[in-house]
Design a protein around this ligand. Sequence first.
Ligand SMILES: NC(=O)c1ccc[n+]([C@@H]2O[C@H](COP(=O)([O-])OP(=O)(O)OC[C@H]3O[C@@H](n4cnc5c(N)ncnc54)[C@H](O)[C@@H]3O)[C@@H](O)[C@H]2O)c1
Ligand SMILES: [Zn+2]
Length: 363
Amino acid sequence: MFETLRILGAPSLYVQGPGAIGRVGDIVAKLGARALLIADPIVERMLAPRLAELLAKVDVSFASAPLTGEVTPDNIERLASEHKADVVIAAGGGKGVDAGKAVSRALGARLVTLPTAASNDGPTSRIFIYYDDHHKLLRAERVPRNPDAVIVDTQILAGAPRQLLVSGIGDALVKRYEAAQCIGADGPNMFDGRATIAAVSLANVCEQVLREHAIDALSVAGSGKPDEAFEKVIEACILLAGLGFEGSGLSIAHAMTRGLSALPATVGALHGYQVAYALMVQFILENRSAAFMAEQFAFLAAVGLPASLAELGLSEPSTDDLRSIATLTHKAPHTRNFERALSEDDLVEAMLQLETMHQRFVD
Ligand SMILES: NC(=O)c1ccc[n+]([C@@H]2O[C@H](COP(=O)([O-])OP(=O)(O)OC[C@H]3O[C@@H](n4cnc5c(N)ncnc54)[C@H](O)[C@@H]3O)[C@@H](O)[C@H]2O)c1
Ligand SMILES: [Zn+2]
């Protein structure tokens, strides 16, 4: 139920910097005696030996379990039935973090998130996403509390593939504009409450930090050597964007992931690439000026984010493609968080208009 109350949720602790993983022992030992790492197989191999060593020092028992396949209800149930833990360490890109969140809920365990890539702002939030086995988005779910701790080791993040940071920048950039639409439409935030000044301010500052420092931060992505610009952008992508969206609400840019994740040509695009494109559609629906659109196209191009369906992987969208994106998007609850009621035709028209406008910009 949507309340008239202003509600903000947040993790209990946020730790960021090079070598932050060294704090895992202290943090986890305060939460329980048995820890379980959930991550995809690549991240599990990368982190398990180090975590085993850090947790042994504080007498916390340690086990790890790789998630193979998608974050589906069945896969999560299986992982939860095979393990017991007081604390789940949810690590990785968005998939491992979401899987860990889901397992922590199933086990009734405390939750520590340990992002290894800043590809999205899931590490701070209560939300996780269920998919089917073909990576079609099923629904958003919630854990009962925000994570007990978020540990962001920027040395690890600076070693992650560049495109994951590009994705995180896309996911963070959109938050300010979705917040504005959601609040304007009197829509609910992710706690089914109203936005606080705090949450909106964070979404706004997040965007400013990205406009100022994203390009510099990307220049060290993949090097393993975080600098000051990188630290700022990571905080924007994970903390500011996370608190900003959860406390303010979402709109068209995220609603469109329903449609975009259902089409073979776009399902493989990283989450932040999908929402960056979808933000451009939102801007068309907002009737933004040509000058504003040109600025956005230039910024997205500089970061390496898609601003058209063609750049997202669907170069000649058929009428059926557009209709199917619009139908699924229209069903998403966040679509109602917009300044006017939208029809499926409005969405199709906006996508077409964007392709034409973007083509003109590229030419
Ligand atoms: N809970 C939320 O609020 C929220 C928000 C946005 C997205 N998501 C979810 O996030 C998922 C997508 O996340 P993603 O784009 O990060 O994909 P992903 O988690 O699949 O990661 C992409 C790849 O990067 C690898 N990787 C991660 N860290 C690495 C590192 N340091 N070095 C080398 N390789 C590394 C992973 O092993 C994987 O192969 C989706 O499931 C999406 O629903 C959740
Ligand atoms: Zn997102």
